[in-house]
Design a protein around this ligand. Structure first.
Ligand code: NAD
Length: 389
């Protein structure tokens, strides 16, 4: 399969592209290297240093690579940055995504897999773990933008369904044309019977007149139909030949952690803690440390992306269903490292939810996705990776 991975120089996208290459897919990575790193890019993929907002360069990637699947990971991922500068966040996460979805449609992409967020979408749910039906109440512009991009993707899918309906309307119209010519033949043979004359002439004339009026009505209806059909055809002609429908899988991730997450970044508490702890510094907890997250190891998220290539279309939470507080996270680090880690506390930050965990039942029953790594296992693997850098 030909797969375009956007954000393939970043933390999750690069791990996903490694797995896709390993499975024998032809992978191309698109990334503007704003937070991604060239060293993360799998050496076997073709790389385009392109920004999602640079529509001409973006189109060139589609023209040259012609992907079957687009796996969309490129994004502005910093929740705090989104609070400080919502327009900047929206440009990448909404406009950039729209650019990508439109080109996917125009270039006949079969499926789009979109990395959304479960952690920043449901606000503070009354019931945890949050299911896909939990009300959407984002507390940050990042969550709003991700949900907006989800909606655009759903809209583009509906657009395709309308186009398919148009195709079936056209075939109905072609059938209608055949029925009219049958009608015309019958009319002609009636006229020849009428020309033969005889006693039934006047009776025949009446019937003929009424048939002619029926035929004229039919003709008008057909020409109306033809006009509608012509205008529908001209609206879609340029795109129609290249595409037959689009599928979409939306993956709403919990808090992803693991190798290649930026320990110097503003997001990703496991990476930030690991970076500080390995440098002998104290990790900083914002708030009282009782805020909870659902932490999922990146290899599990990679698995979800692999399953999403062929699995049932839909919207799926990708989480473990378990809540872990930041204080508990520090305890796990202490256990894994075999020494006590003492954090520092700082005032809480806005835009971040207090408690969240994601129900993964739908992903389990419909995609066959079950996370494999426990938090201590994943943290151990992550620390080993940072040590080996
Ligand atoms: P990341 O910052 O490591 O990766 C994002 C990549 O996108 C980077 O390589 C960056 O250079 C690239 N990028 C950013 N803006 C771009 C633009 N305008 N054009 C082209 N490339 C651009 O972040 P990540 O943690 O790997 O996140 C990947 C995806 O997963 C994102 O869509 C994010 O919203 C989603 N997600 C991540 C988490 C998490 O816990 N890390 C949770 C939920 C959802």
């Amino acid at each position: 399969m030909k797969i375009l991975v956007t954000g393939g120089a970043g933390f999750i996208g690069s791990n996903v592209s490694d797995a896709l290459v390993k499975d024998g897919h032809e992978v191309t990575v698109l990334d503007n290297l704003s937070t991604g790193k060239e060293e993360n890019i799998n050496p076997e993929v073709k790389f385009y240093n392109v920004d999602l907002l640079d529509i001409e360069s973006l189109e060139l990637v589609f023209r040259e690579f012609k992907p079957d699947v687009v796996n969309h990971h490129a994004a502005q991922i910093d929740v705090r940055k989104s609070v400080e500068d919502p327009a900047f966040d929206a440009e990448t996460n909404i406009i950039g995504s729209i650019n990508l979805f439109e080109l996917s449609i125009n270039y006949g992409v079969r499926r789009i897999i979109f990395s959304s967020t479960g952690g920043a979408l449901y606000g503070e749910p009354e019931k945890l773990p949050a299911t896909e039906d939990t009300p959407i109440e984002p507390l940050s512009p990042y969550g709003v933008a991700k949900y907006c991009a989800e909606n655009y993707l759903n809209y583009f899918k509906r657009l395709y369904e309308l186009r398919d309906r148009h195709a079936s309307l056209r075939s109905a119209h072609d059938d209608g044309g055949e029925r009219i010519s049958e009608h015309r033949d019958r009319h002609a043979s009636l006229r020849s019977a009428h020309d033969d004359g005889g006693e039934r002439i006047s009776e025949h004339r009446d019937r003929h007149a009424s048939l002619r009026s029926a035929h004229d009505d039919g003709g008008e209806r057909i020409s109306e139909h033809q006009d509608r059909h012509a205008s529908l055809r001209s609206a879609h002609d340029d795109k129609e030949e290249r595409s037959v429908g689009i599928e979409r899988v939306i993956l709403r991730y919990a808090n992803v952690y693991g190798p290649r997450q930026d320990p110097l970044g503003e997001a990703g508490v496991v990476a930030i803690f690991a970076g500080k702890i390995l440098k002998g510094e104290k990790p900083v907890i914002f708030g009282d440390g009782n805020q909870t997250r659902d932490y999922i190891y990146v290899e599990d998220v990679v698995k979800a992306n692999v399953l999403a290539l062929e699995g049932k279309e839909g919207i799926y939470n990708i989480g473990t269903g378990r809540e872990t507080s930041v204080n508990e996270l520090i305890e796990i680090f202490s256990k894994v490292l075999g020494r006590e880690i003492k954090p520092e506390y700082a005032p809480p930050r806005i835009g971040e939810v207090h408690r969240i965990s994601l129900d993964g039942e739908k992903a389990k029953s419909e995609l066959g996705f079950v996370p494999k790594y426990s938090l201590p296992e994943g943290i151990l693997k992550t620390i080993e990776w940072y040590k080996g850098k």
